[in-house]
Design a protein around this ligand. Structure first.
Ligand code: ME8
Length: 661
């Protein structure tokens, strides 16, 4: 087998005009998961993150604090580094744009480009957006894309990079490489952008107006402009230099980067500015630039300037790092947007971690302890039910190995949860307590061994997402340090891997259940917060509607935030049957775009026959806590018109999994 390729993953380098919040943690956790997974596969890995310290925005913040920019940056960097420790972020380099090697790379690049006429000097008049640290076009301003109070009209001499020259080459590259920018919708955005004329890029600021930057080597009255400086960080960390004699011998083993993660807010600066800079430098473009979506709070993008940020450190203290890492990758497909709420977090924590996962581990280890002396029992010959569980385990491992490199974190995790739920169902069905009572030791041993194996596989797969809990789990089921992890994450056959006789340990719940919001969060929520800046237009008066005869009583008004907690998805009914114990209910199998379809129990039998429903497109509440309806667990709810008696299902014409609002 050929050795795994080197894997280089980057996050944006974050501005130090505020502290890290959930949005920054999101990108950084995703990068950490990719880095850990590739490390576990034996690949050489470089994981780069850091801070973007130059520019107007940081200078203004430092001045407001009455500090020099250097002192302000040192202070803020300590907060950023400290935030990543409890979250288990294992970066290989934390780059600051004030680091000496980075300043040298930026200045050498400027010289190299200047010598080759890739940079020129010219007068410029235009609008400057301090929030974006960029000049913006008159057209965009006229179209109202920017808040005019945040714009400055600037006329000055500056230096420009001949970006426009690389427009066609970039278009050709993106068209030939569908994975160069992902997801596909973002790639289309970039292609659309590139079909309009591409101007050159202003890369300097006069020292007299903005001194906090890297001096241009060929004109000391100017410093380089924030993006030109910041984007080059991805090359600095490889040891690259435009002058080969200065470059580290192994830099080319790291470039092009395997995956560059950014939020969709900085897609253009990466897909266009960064990629054209690379083309000008004669360097290959990143293999994948992935722009994920935004986390919103109170219905708005979480951002330092809006003041609606969720403090990731507090969230971690309240629920634990691994729960935080799990939630963000599981809650929404990577690439989409997500509305954060503490209630949503608590619900998923309790349902997935405390109930499904915690329960399985608790049952497997406690029964092994009680009845089998706390040792991994022998397996023996498997029956059909156990073969089915092995097949499901294999599927979870394969899905993981396929989805993680594709950044399909949600699907990979769903595959593991499918296995975890099947593990619980297996225990329900084989009833180890009965086998123990009946003295059927061989079958009891097999049942517990299968349960421990499922835990071990889940732990091995989850190591990159939940490093601490997975290690704890593997130790508890007798698999600590075994070969399971590398076999499992590579997607190879995995059950029956535990060493027989190894001691197991039954301890406190891995994920204790929260019956109410943890005090740390509850206290914060009860303290009046400063009202976030609102951009939502005031509600308009609804048109008069003739009173319907059976109109349900009005419910109290809710905020958009309340509504946004409901995760509605399009689904396709793939199977339907009568409920075995209730005439009123149907048991539906509904594809909602996840690794496997969900079982949904719906009270619609008076209106629909099962055969009427197969193939129908429906709207599903997917984040409703699972509930047992007459013995069958329903993993969601369908939307329907009517009251006690259903009149019609709500239908929708789009692909399963599409979110609906
Ligand atoms: O843009 N949801 O830094 P920045 C999801 N210095 N992700 C979010 C988010 C949210 N609400 N808010 C922030 C900069 N992010 C530049 C980058 S790179 C050469 C220079 C994440 O501090 C997301 O990754 O504004 C986004 O792109 C990044 O933080 C912006 O961080």
């Amino acid at each position: 087998m050929s050795p795994p390729h080197a894997f280089y993953v980057t996050t944006p380098i974050y501005y130090v005009n505020g502290r890290p919040h959930v949005g920054h943690a999101y990108t950084t956790i995703a990068a950490d998961v990719l880095a850990r997974w590739h490390r576990a596969l034996g690949a050489p890995v470089k994981f780069l993150t850091g801070t973007d310290e130059h520019g107007q925005k940081v200078l203004d913040t430092a001045r407001k604090r009455g500090m020099t920019p250097e002192a302000h940056c040192d202070d803020m960097v300590a907060h950023w580094k400290a935030a990543w420790v409890p979250l288990g972020i294992q970066y290989d380099r934390f780059l600051r744009t004030t680091d000496a090697d980075h300043v040298a790379v930026v200045q050498d690049t400027l010289t190299w480009m200047w010598e080759r006429d890739l940079i020129y000097r010219s007068a410029y008049e235009g609008w400057y957006s301090v929030v974006d640290e960029a000049f913006v076009t008159d057209k965009d301003v006229a179209e109202g894309k920017y808040d005019e109070s945040q714009l400055q009209r600037i006329t000055e001499v500056n230096y420009f990079f001949r970006m426009g020259r690389y427009q066609q080459a970039l278009l050709d590259h993106l068209e030939a490489n569908p994975d160069a920018v992902r997801p596909a919708s973002r790639r289309n955005e970039v292609l659309g952008f590139l079909r309009r004329p591409l101007e050159d890029l202003c890369i300097s600021r006069p020292l007299a107006r903005m001194p906090w930057g890297i001096p241009l080597p060929f004109d000391d009255a100017f410093v380089t402009y924030v993006w030109f400086d910041a984007l080059l960080n991805y090359l600095t960390a490889t040891g690259w230099s435009p002058y080969p004699e200065k470059a580290a011998p192994d830099w080319a083993s790291w470039w092009p980067a395997s995956v560059q993660l950014v939020g969709k807010d900085i897609l253009t600066t990466h897909a266009v500015y960064w990629c054209t800079m690379l083309l000008a430098l004669g360097l290959p473009l990143p293999r994948t630039l992935f722009a994920h979506g935004w986390w919103t709070a109170d219905g708005h993008k979480m951002s330092k300037s809006k003041g609606n940020v969720i403090d990731v450190t507090r969230l971690t203290e309240a629920f634990g790092a691994d729960a935080v890492r799990y939630f963000f990758l599981r809650e929404i497909p990577f690439g989409g947007d997500g509305a954060f709420s503490y209630e949503g977090f608590l619900t998923r924590y309790n349902a997935d971690l405390a109930n499904d996962f915690g329960n399985l581990v608790h049952r497997a280890t406690s029964m092994t302890e009680r009845w089998l002396g706390g040792r991994v029992p022998p397996l023996g010959a498997l029956d059909d039910r156990e073969h089915a569980l092995v097949a499901l385990a294999q599927r979870a491992a394969t899905t993981w190995a396929e989805q993680i490199p594709e950044l399909g974190f949600g699907r990979a995790l769903e595959g593991v949860w499918e296995l975890v739920r099947a593990g619980n169902k297996y225990i329900d069905e084989v009833e180890p307590w009965r086998l123990n009572r009946e003295g059927d030791t061989p079958r009891l041993a097999r049942a517990m061994r299968m349960s421990l194996e499922v835990c071990a596989l889940a732990g091995a797969l989850l190591e990159s997402v939940m490093p601490a809990k997975a290690a704890e789990l593997l130790a508890r089921v007798g698999a600590g340090g075994s070969v399971i992890a590398s076999e499992a994450i590579a997607g190879r056959s995995v059950l029956a891997a535990l060493p027989e006789g190894a001691p197991t340990r039954f301890g406190d719940p891995l994920f204790p259940r929260f019956t109410e919001m943890p005090a740390l969060i509850a206290e914060m929520l009860s303290t009046p917060q400063e009202a976030p800046v609102s951009e939502t237009p005031p509600p308009t008066t609804p048109p008069e509607v003739a009173a319907a005869p059976e109109r349900a009583p009005d419910k109290p008004q809710i905020t958009y935030d309340d509504f946004a907690k409901v995760d509605l998805r399009a689904g396709t009914v793939v199977a339907a049957a009568k409920h075995p114990k209730a005439d009123r209910l149907l048991v539906l199998t509904v594809d909602v775009g996840e690794a496997s379809p969900r079982t949904i129990v719906a009270g619609i039998a008076s209106k629909y026959a099962p055969e009427d429903l197969v193939g129908r497109q429906v709207v599903v509440v997917v984040n409703l806590a699972p509930a047992k309806l007459r013995g069958v667990e329903s993993q969601g709810m369908l939307l329907a018109a009517g009251g006690q008696d259903v009149l019609a299902l709500v239908t929708v014409d789009c692909a399963p999994g599409q979110s609906i609002k």
